[in-house]
Design a protein. Structure first.
Length: 374
């Protein structure tokens, strides 16, 4: 009989970086490939409808016991599970804690772990530091969207939020759309915004300008990337959005319903956003409760209030598969919704894991030699 010992490879943040986790060109290929699998249906996510983002602990408004966390900006604890087919053929999960207050402690807003499991036995063959994997896979999604949906010859990006996620989003957009030469960033704290803009100008070789309002970042943009944290969402007036613009919602923004009704809406996976809405309807505090996790919260509120009726929403996977068409004209405004899916963490995680194995990185530990009870 073969050995029943189970070994698990532990990969730190340093290891995953050494294994190429920050390689956006490769990440874009992988994330595009996952959209193809989504279009083909070769995946499963959690819940009976097979499309749930994850399972979240909703922290209460009032503390019930000493030490019990309470709700707050970007405060959640979440397990995101999936199976992904194709050449990946794995189960796995990303789980994380997020708290905007972490910044004051010198920590990232969220701290994430990626675990990859054999799809057959469930054995966890690697436990990886998940922050870089998650930021890169998140950033790559608007990059894939830009490849398929941005106006030809797009030159300018509007950026709302000078954070970690928008660094990855801008990198992926610039990688996917090489005609980009300039960007306009708004962040409510100017020191942070100016430092971010200077760093990214140098890093990407494009002109990233810090601007002092949402309007100044939105008006000139061919592509907009939204990824802010905290409890004040950027407000975007519909008239500020330039004809031909691709607006990508990695984080939420306050936009009127007509911006969705009168323009094209494309989603990473609309069924997942419907699942967010269903969760909100079940929650005692209503749809407002999913505002802490769903980047489509304002849109879901429009649906709940009858201001927006979702119809003809196209999934990006269907466009990547060639089943649906993408942009139809240079003037078309496209609103692209992305809520974050564990299938992307699995695919990028497995690619990085394979690179790490090839390079002999990480520390292997014995999960069990011979299982004590079986
Ligand atoms: N869709 C996904 O797959 C996915 C995945 C990960 C994170 N996210 C979301 O991305 C967002 C950003 O995450 P992060 O880790 O980069 O956060 P971060 O805290 O590192 O950065 C966010 C930045 O936004 C700024 N900001 C706050 N309010 C703003 C406003 N009204 N207008 C412009 N800027 C504003 C903050 O000052 C901060 O600099 C979060 O909302 C997070 O939930 C989405």
């Amino acid at each position: 009989m073969a050995s029943t010992s189970v070994k698990t490879l532990l990969l730190s943040e340093k290891d995953v970086i050494e294994a190429g986790a920050t390689n956006m060109a490769q990440c874009l290929e992988v994330i595009e490939d996952v959209f193809r699998l989504l279009g083909q249906g070769d995946y499963l996510m959690g819940g009976p409808l097979e499309n749930e983002h994850g399972q979240m602990i909703y922290f209460p408004k009032e503390q019930r016991f000493p030490g019990m966390p309470v709700t707050g900006p970007d405060r959640r604890f979440m397990a995101m599970i999936a199976y992904l087919g194709g050449k990946y053929n794995i189960c796995g999960e990303k789980w994380y804690g997020s708290n905007a207050e972490n910044r004051k402690r010198g920590l990232p807003r969220s701290v994430l772990t990626t675990i990859l499991n054999d799809a057959d036995t469930g054995i966890p063959f690697t436990i990886m530091s998940g922050n870089i994997i998650s930021s890169m896979r998140t950033g790559a999604v608007p990059g894939v969207a830009a490849k398929y949906l941005a106006r030809k010859g797009a030159t300018s990006v509007g950026i709302l939020g000078a954070g970690v996620i928008n660094k990855a989003c801008l990198l992926s957009i610039k990688t996917a759309v090489p005609t980009i030469t300039e960007a306009y960033l708004y962040n409510p704290t100017p020191e942070r915004g100016k430092a971010w803009a200077a760093e990214q100008s140098k890093e990407l070789g494009i002109d990233v300008k810090y601007v002092s309002s949402v309007e100044e970042a939105v008006r000139p943009a061919d592509i907009i990337t939204i990824a802010t944290s905290g409890d004040v969402f950027p407000r975007i007036e519909t008239e500020w959005i330039k004809p031909g613009c691709l607006v990508t919602f990695t984080g939420d923004a306050d936009v009127d319903a007509d911006a969705y009704t009168n323009n094209t809406v494309v989603a990473d996976n609309w069924k997942m956003h419907e699942a967010f809405l269903a969760d909100g309807r079940e929650h005692p505090n209503g749809v407002e409760a999913v505002g802490v996790v769903a980047p489509t919260y304002h849109l879901l509120e429009h649906i709940e209030a009858g201001r927006y009726v979702p119809k003809n929403i196209v999934n990006l996977g269907d466009i990547v598969c060639g089943r649906k068409s993408g942009r139809k004209s240079d003037d078309e405004i496209i609103m692209f919704l992305t809520g974050g899916m564990p299938v992307h963490d699995l695919a990028w995680g497995k690619t990085v894991y394979q690179n790490a194995v090839a390079k002999g990185l990480g520390v292997e530990f014995t999960f069990f030699g011979e299982a004590h009870w079986k």
